[in-house]
Design a protein around this ligand. Sequence first.
Ligand SMILES: Nc1ncnc2c1ncn2[C@@H]1O[C@H](COP(=O)(O)OP(=O)(O)OP(=O)(O)O)[C@@H](O)[C@H]1O
Ligand SMILES: [Mg+2]
Length: 365
Amino acid sequence: MNDWHFNRPQLATKLLKVFEVGISSNIALIAPRRKGKTLFLLSDLAPEAQSQNYIPIYASLWQNMDSPHEGLISALEEAVHAIATKSKLKQLLESKIQKASVSNELLGKMDIEFSGSAQKAAPSDLIVLDKLIGELVKLAKNKTVLLMIDEVQHLSTSASFDPLAHALRTSLDKRQGAVKTVFTGSSRHYMNLLFNESKSPFYHFVDQVPFPDLEINFIDFVRKKLHEEYALSFPIRPLQQAFNDFDKSPYWMMKMVSHLVTFENRLSEAVDYTMVVMEASEGFFELAQAMKPIDIIVYKTLCEDKSPFTKDVLAVVANETELKGIASNIQRSIERLKGSNIISQTASRKYHVEKPGLRKYLEDI
Ligand SMILES: Nc1ncnc2c1ncn2[C@@H]1O[C@H](COP(=O)(O)OP(=O)(O)OP(=O)(O)O)[C@@H](O)[C@H]1O
Ligand SMILES: [Mg+2]
């Protein structure tokens, strides 16, 4: 459903401006799973960058989960080949769009988001990596290389990847100015380890830029397309409500749209169908089973962007659970939620909800 992509040119321009005015050469975009990060890099940022004298190169550290250096090296080799033979870089990016869409269908629960047997990169591989980055800079001539590294949090999920992280940082440091980077990742916990822990080679290397949720104009785009191309007419409000129920994940919104288009069902049926698929694919049942009553109260409070330490919440805990309504119980609950990656906490101490759709699931059971 390529033609369903809602372009975000302003966001792309805004990020490139950060490079242009010299605020930073390295940016990290962080947002939960299935919020449209990869597609934004490939379909919005890359074309905009290309029109502004950059050579955009995309690499995912999940291309090879056990040996992320191999994924990175092969993406850089492909880019060298594409530039050197003048075959279009654009084609390469388009093939990555196809790949991203396919892999979206394969990814499910958190447990496959870690390498089963993490491999250390050999020193010779790391030399190749550095050479390739150097070669790209040379081939780019008067243009700037824009290196987009996706699933970068993977670097901090195993100590075996430390040599790669060190080598990448050193290699990028050597090319200050000639290479700009955009890192993306979905686990705020692991992104934090990578960018905010003093021991990490990427400590203070990037400026973290929020990746905003899609807004009402995206819903309106979907509504118009359904109406104009499929003769399916819906008011904007219930479509927006559906998007909110999916915690603003375009992936689940598109799942619902494809159901609507295929079966021409009522909207409410398509929403219910999508919620069922979402629950199964994200393992909500298992997650909810593992949550204690206090965890559910704390989680719902955080979903509303409220503090779980207020008198009101403590009273709810005291009334509705067997626990005392005291701060230390809330704190323990927060630690449990963090431990199972249902929420995360960034350096600014702010809590973030990591499981799109779980809130609605908990409300409905
Ligand atoms: N701008 C958009 N317009 C329409 N649909 C979109 C848009 N962005 C993303 N999508 C839909 O959401 C799906 C997931 O997007 P994408 O792979 O970019 O998310 P992600 O944040 O990278 O997810 P993950 O963290 O799992 O890698 C896409 O396959 C597409 O169906
Ligand atoms: Mg992605």
